[in-house]
Design a binder for this molecule. Sequence first.
Ligand SMILES: [Ca+2]
Ligand SMILES: [Ca+2]
Ligand SMILES: [Ca+2]
Length: 286
Amino acid sequence: MKKKYKVLSSYIIALLLLTSSANSQDEYIIEDNLLYSNDLITQVNFLFSNEKNNDNASLSPVYKASKGKSVNDEWIRKVVLGDINNKSERDNGYADFSTQSTNIIIGEKQEIVIHPGWTGTIYQESYCVWIDYNQDGDFEDANEQVVAVNKSKENFIKENFVVPATAKTGATRMRVSMKYTGLPSSDENFDFGEVEDYTVVITSQDLLGVKNPASEIISIYPNPSSNFINVNTNDSNIIVEIFSNSGVLLINSNENKIDISDLSKGVYTVKVILGENILYQKLTKI
Ligand SMILES: [Ca+2]
Ligand SMILES: [Ca+2]
Ligand SMILES: [Ca+2]
Protein backbone atom coordinates (compact mmCIF):
# COMPACT_ATOMS: atom_id res chain seq x y z
CA MET A 1 0.00 0.00 0.00
CA LYS A 2 2.84 2.34 0.77
CA LYS A 3 4.25 1.99 -2.69
CA LYS A 4 0.89 2.60 -4.31
CA TYR A 5 0.39 5.77 -2.35
CA LYS A 6 3.80 7.03 -3.35
CA VAL A 7 3.13 6.47 -7.05
CA LEU A 8 -0.30 8.03 -6.81
CA SER A 9 0.90 11.16 -5.02
CA SER A 10 3.70 11.87 -7.49
CA TYR A 11 1.22 11.39 -10.31
CA ILE A 12 -1.12 13.96 -8.80
CA ILE A 13 1.74 16.42 -8.21
CA ALA A 14 2.88 16.05 -11.82
CA LEU A 15 -0.68 16.50 -13.06
CA LEU A 16 -1.25 19.62 -10.97
CA LEU A 17 2.00 21.15 -12.15
CA LEU A 18 1.26 20.40 -15.77
CA THR A 19 -2.19 21.88 -15.61
CA SER A 20 -1.10 24.95 -13.66
CA SER A 21 1.81 25.90 -15.88
CA ALA A 22 0.30 25.91 -19.33
CA ASN A 23 0.94 29.53 -20.29
CA SER A 24 4.58 30.45 -20.38
CA GLN A 25 5.99 27.57 -22.41
CA ASP A 26 5.84 28.71 -25.99
CA GLU A 27 8.06 31.75 -25.53
CA TYR A 28 11.27 29.84 -25.44
CA ILE A 29 10.29 26.58 -27.02
CA ILE A 30 9.67 27.97 -30.48
CA GLU A 31 12.76 29.45 -32.08
CA ASP A 32 14.00 29.59 -35.67
CA ASN A 33 16.53 27.20 -37.19
CA LEU A 34 16.30 24.60 -34.48
CA LEU A 35 16.70 20.97 -35.28
CA TYR A 36 14.41 18.71 -33.35
CA SER A 37 14.31 14.97 -33.57
CA ASN A 38 10.86 13.67 -34.43
CA ASP A 39 10.65 11.97 -31.10
CA LEU A 40 11.35 15.14 -29.20
CA ILE A 41 8.79 17.05 -31.23
CA THR A 42 6.33 14.33 -30.44
CA GLN A 43 7.18 14.43 -26.77
CA VAL A 44 7.00 18.21 -26.53
CA ASN A 45 3.74 18.35 -28.46
CA PHE A 46 2.47 15.51 -26.37
CA LEU A 47 3.11 17.39 -23.15
CA PHE A 48 1.63 20.62 -24.49
CA SER A 49 -1.47 18.87 -25.70
CA ASN A 50 -1.78 17.29 -22.27
CA GLU A 51 -1.71 20.66 -20.63
CA LYS A 52 -4.59 21.70 -22.82
CA ASN A 53 -6.83 18.68 -22.67
CA ASN A 54 -5.77 17.46 -19.24
CA ASP A 55 -5.72 13.89 -20.43
CA ASN A 56 -4.88 11.71 -17.45
CA ALA A 57 -3.74 8.78 -19.54
CA SER A 58 -0.96 10.88 -20.99
CA LEU A 59 1.44 10.94 -18.04
CA SER A 60 3.10 7.82 -19.33
CA PRO A 61 5.96 7.52 -16.83
CA VAL A 62 3.53 6.45 -14.11
CA TYR A 63 3.20 2.70 -14.44
CA LYS A 64 0.78 0.45 -12.60
CA ALA A 65 2.38 -1.07 -9.54
CA SER A 66 3.39 -4.71 -9.41
CA LYS A 67 5.20 -6.64 -6.69
CA GLY A 68 5.68 -9.87 -4.83
CA LYS A 69 4.15 -9.78 -1.37
CA SER A 70 6.82 -12.09 0.04
CA VAL A 71 10.50 -12.56 -0.82
CA ASN A 72 11.12 -14.97 2.04
CA ASP A 73 11.76 -17.92 -0.28
CA GLU A 74 12.70 -16.40 -3.68
CA TRP A 75 13.64 -13.11 -5.27
CA ILE A 76 15.37 -11.64 -8.35
CA ARG A 77 19.11 -11.83 -7.69
CA LYS A 78 20.59 -10.58 -10.97
CA VAL A 79 19.50 -9.11 -14.32
CA VAL A 80 21.83 -8.79 -17.32
CA LEU A 81 20.93 -7.03 -20.58
CA GLY A 82 23.54 -5.06 -22.55
CA ASP A 83 25.04 -2.49 -20.19
CA ILE A 84 22.67 -3.50 -17.39
CA ASN A 85 24.38 -5.98 -15.07
CA ASN A 86 22.57 -5.62 -11.78
CA LYS A 87 23.01 -7.82 -8.77
CA SER A 88 20.40 -7.18 -6.12
CA GLU A 89 19.04 -8.59 -2.91
CA ARG A 90 15.51 -9.03 -1.67
CA ASP A 91 14.00 -5.66 -2.49
CA ASN A 92 10.80 -6.04 -0.51
CA GLY A 93 9.10 -7.48 -3.59
CA TYR A 94 9.67 -4.49 -5.90
CA ALA A 95 12.69 -2.40 -6.89
CA ASP A 96 12.83 0.65 -9.13
CA PHE A 97 16.14 0.35 -10.97
CA SER A 98 14.98 2.67 -13.77
CA THR A 99 18.12 4.78 -13.30
CA GLN A 100 19.99 1.83 -14.84
CA SER A 101 19.78 1.62 -18.61
CA THR A 102 21.15 0.13 -21.77
CA ASN A 103 20.79 0.91 -25.46
CA ILE A 104 18.88 -1.61 -27.55
CA ILE A 105 18.61 -1.34 -31.32
CA ILE A 106 15.51 -1.89 -33.42
CA GLY A 107 15.74 -5.09 -35.44
CA GLU A 108 18.62 -6.54 -33.43
CA LYS A 109 18.50 -9.61 -31.26
CA GLN A 110 18.91 -8.94 -27.54
CA GLU A 111 19.82 -11.45 -24.85
CA ILE A 112 18.55 -11.10 -21.30
CA VAL A 113 19.65 -13.26 -18.37
CA ILE A 114 17.77 -13.41 -15.08
CA HIS A 115 19.09 -15.15 -11.97
CA PRO A 116 16.78 -16.10 -9.12
CA GLY A 117 17.82 -16.11 -5.49
CA TRP A 118 16.50 -18.85 -3.19
CA THR A 119 16.69 -19.02 0.58
CA GLY A 120 16.84 -22.80 0.68
CA THR A 121 14.37 -24.90 -1.25
CA ILE A 122 14.56 -24.49 -5.03
CA TYR A 123 11.07 -23.60 -6.18
CA GLN A 124 9.57 -23.40 -9.66
CA GLU A 125 9.75 -19.80 -10.86
CA SER A 126 8.06 -18.18 -13.84
CA TYR A 127 9.55 -15.14 -15.54
CA CYS A 128 8.15 -12.36 -17.70
CA VAL A 129 9.80 -9.28 -19.16
CA TRP A 130 7.95 -6.39 -20.76
CA ILE A 131 9.11 -3.29 -22.60
CA ASP A 132 6.74 -0.37 -23.14
CA TYR A 133 7.61 -0.16 -26.83
CA ASN A 134 5.00 2.47 -27.68
CA GLN A 135 5.84 4.47 -24.51
CA ASP A 136 2.23 4.93 -23.49
CA GLY A 137 2.71 3.96 -19.85
CA ASP A 138 1.65 0.33 -19.89
CA PHE A 139 2.97 -3.08 -20.89
CA GLU A 140 -0.23 -4.29 -22.48
CA ASP A 141 0.25 -3.52 -26.18
CA ALA A 142 1.21 -5.91 -28.97
CA ASN A 143 4.73 -7.36 -28.67
CA GLU A 144 5.41 -5.65 -25.33
CA GLN A 145 5.86 -8.95 -23.53
CA VAL A 146 9.34 -9.99 -24.67
CA VAL A 147 10.01 -12.94 -22.34
CA ALA A 148 7.71 -15.58 -20.85
CA VAL A 149 9.29 -18.61 -19.18
CA ASN A 150 6.99 -20.83 -17.17
CA LYS A 151 8.00 -22.94 -14.18
CA SER A 152 11.77 -23.14 -14.26
CA LYS A 153 14.03 -24.48 -11.53
CA GLU A 154 17.21 -23.49 -13.41
CA ASN A 155 19.88 -21.34 -11.76
CA PHE A 156 19.22 -18.72 -14.40
CA ILE A 157 17.19 -18.23 -17.55
CA LYS A 158 18.64 -16.85 -20.78
CA GLU A 159 16.19 -15.56 -23.39
CA ASN A 160 16.40 -13.70 -26.70
CA PHE A 161 14.08 -11.12 -28.17
CA VAL A 162 14.12 -8.76 -31.15
CA VAL A 163 13.11 -5.12 -30.83
CA PRO A 164 10.24 -4.65 -33.32
CA ALA A 165 10.33 -2.04 -36.06
CA THR A 166 7.24 -0.43 -34.55
CA ALA A 167 9.08 0.44 -31.31
CA LYS A 168 9.30 4.12 -30.52
CA THR A 169 12.88 5.38 -30.12
CA GLY A 170 14.11 6.87 -26.87
CA ALA A 171 14.15 5.88 -23.23
CA THR A 172 11.39 3.62 -22.01
CA ARG A 173 10.54 1.28 -19.19
CA MET A 174 11.38 -2.40 -18.95
CA ARG A 175 9.76 -4.54 -16.26
CA VAL A 176 11.25 -7.84 -15.09
CA SER A 177 8.98 -10.08 -13.04
CA MET A 178 9.60 -13.40 -11.33
CA LYS A 179 6.69 -15.21 -9.74
CA TYR A 180 6.48 -18.53 -7.94
CA THR A 181 4.78 -21.17 -10.08
CA GLY A 182 2.84 -19.29 -12.76
CA LEU A 183 3.34 -16.50 -15.28
CA PRO A 184 2.74 -13.04 -13.78
CA SER A 185 0.84 -10.23 -15.46
CA SER A 186 2.52 -6.85 -15.73
CA ASP A 187 0.45 -5.17 -13.01
CA GLU A 188 0.02 -8.14 -10.69
CA ASN A 189 0.62 -8.15 -6.94
CA PHE A 190 1.37 -11.82 -6.40
CA ASP A 191 2.18 -13.82 -3.29
CA PHE A 192 5.79 -14.94 -3.84
CA GLY A 193 8.52 -13.44 -5.99
CA GLU A 194 9.80 -10.06 -7.10
CA VAL A 195 9.48 -7.30 -9.71
CA GLU A 196 12.24 -4.94 -10.91
CA ASP A 197 11.97 -2.00 -13.33
CA TYR A 198 14.76 -0.80 -15.63
CA THR A 199 15.21 1.64 -18.53
CA VAL A 200 16.07 0.71 -22.11
CA VAL A 201 17.01 3.34 -24.67
CA ILE A 202 15.63 2.24 -28.02
CA THR A 203 17.70 3.32 -30.99
CA SER A 204 17.12 2.94 -34.70
CA GLN A 205 19.91 1.77 -36.98
CA ASP A 206 18.62 4.19 -39.62
CA LEU A 207 19.02 7.07 -37.23
CA LEU A 208 22.59 6.05 -36.45
CA GLY A 209 23.43 6.57 -40.12
CA VAL A 210 22.18 10.14 -40.58
CA LYS A 211 24.39 13.22 -40.62
CA ASN A 212 23.61 14.44 -37.13
CA PRO A 213 23.30 11.19 -35.25
CA ALA A 214 23.68 12.72 -31.80
CA SER A 215 20.67 14.96 -32.29
CA GLU A 216 18.58 12.03 -33.41
CA ILE A 217 19.32 9.58 -30.64
CA ILE A 218 19.51 11.87 -27.66
CA SER A 219 17.35 11.04 -24.70
CA ILE A 220 17.00 12.19 -21.13
CA TYR A 221 16.33 9.69 -18.39
CA PRO A 222 15.01 8.96 -15.88
CA ASN A 223 12.09 11.27 -16.41
CA PRO A 224 10.39 12.00 -14.03
CA SER A 225 13.39 12.06 -11.74
CA SER A 226 14.25 13.23 -8.23
CA ASN A 227 18.05 13.34 -7.93
CA PHE A 228 19.75 13.35 -11.31
CA ILE A 229 19.24 12.95 -15.05
CA ASN A 230 21.38 11.32 -17.70
CA VAL A 231 21.62 12.98 -21.08
CA ASN A 232 22.19 10.09 -23.42
CA THR A 233 24.08 10.97 -26.58
CA ASN A 234 27.15 9.80 -28.46
CA ASP A 235 28.44 13.37 -28.57
CA SER A 236 30.48 14.25 -25.47
CA ASN A 237 30.65 17.94 -26.40
CA ILE A 238 27.33 19.12 -25.04
CA ILE A 239 25.82 22.01 -23.14
CA VAL A 240 22.79 21.28 -21.02
CA GLU A 241 20.59 24.06 -19.65
CA ILE A 242 17.58 23.59 -17.42
CA PHE A 243 14.93 26.32 -17.35
CA SER A 244 12.04 27.00 -15.02
CA ASN A 245 8.56 27.44 -16.45
CA SER A 246 9.08 31.18 -16.41
CA GLY A 247 12.20 30.81 -18.56
CA VAL A 248 14.81 31.35 -15.81
CA LEU A 249 18.07 29.47 -16.35
CA LEU A 250 18.62 27.33 -13.25
CA ILE A 251 21.29 24.82 -14.25
CA ASN A 252 24.06 25.03 -16.82
CA SER A 253 26.25 21.98 -17.32
CA ASN A 254 28.62 20.24 -19.70
CA GLU A 255 28.11 16.88 -18.09
CA ASN A 256 26.04 13.95 -19.28
CA LYS A 257 24.93 13.27 -15.71
CA ILE A 258 23.35 16.24 -13.99
CA ASP A 259 22.44 16.66 -10.35
CA ILE A 260 18.91 18.06 -10.06
CA SER A 261 18.40 17.33 -6.37
CA ASP A 262 18.30 21.06 -5.54
CA LEU A 263 15.39 21.78 -7.91
CA SER A 264 11.91 22.10 -6.45
CA LYS A 265 9.32 19.59 -7.55
CA GLY A 266 7.80 20.66 -10.86
CA VAL A 267 8.08 20.68 -14.62
CA TYR A 268 11.18 22.11 -16.31
CA THR A 269 12.51 22.49 -19.83
CA VAL A 270 15.83 20.87 -20.61
CA LYS A 271 17.73 22.47 -23.48
CA VAL A 272 20.58 20.45 -24.96
CA ILE A 273 23.02 22.15 -27.33
CA LEU A 274 25.09 19.90 -29.58
CA GLY A 275 27.08 22.12 -31.90
CA GLU A 276 24.49 23.80 -34.12
CA ASN A 277 21.67 21.61 -32.95
CA ILE A 278 19.39 22.56 -30.11
CA LEU A 279 16.98 20.12 -28.57
CA TYR A 280 14.28 20.58 -25.97
CA GLN A 281 12.62 18.17 -23.64
CA LYS A 282 10.27 18.46 -20.71
CA LEU A 283 11.57 17.20 -17.38
CA THR A 284 9.41 16.42 -14.38
CA LYS A 285 11.20 16.71 -11.04
CA ILE A 286 9.56 14.61 -8.35
CA1 LIG B 1 16.06 -8.02 -6.26
CA1 LIG C 1 2.61 0.20 -23.93
CA1 LIG D 1 -1.39 0.63 -24.15
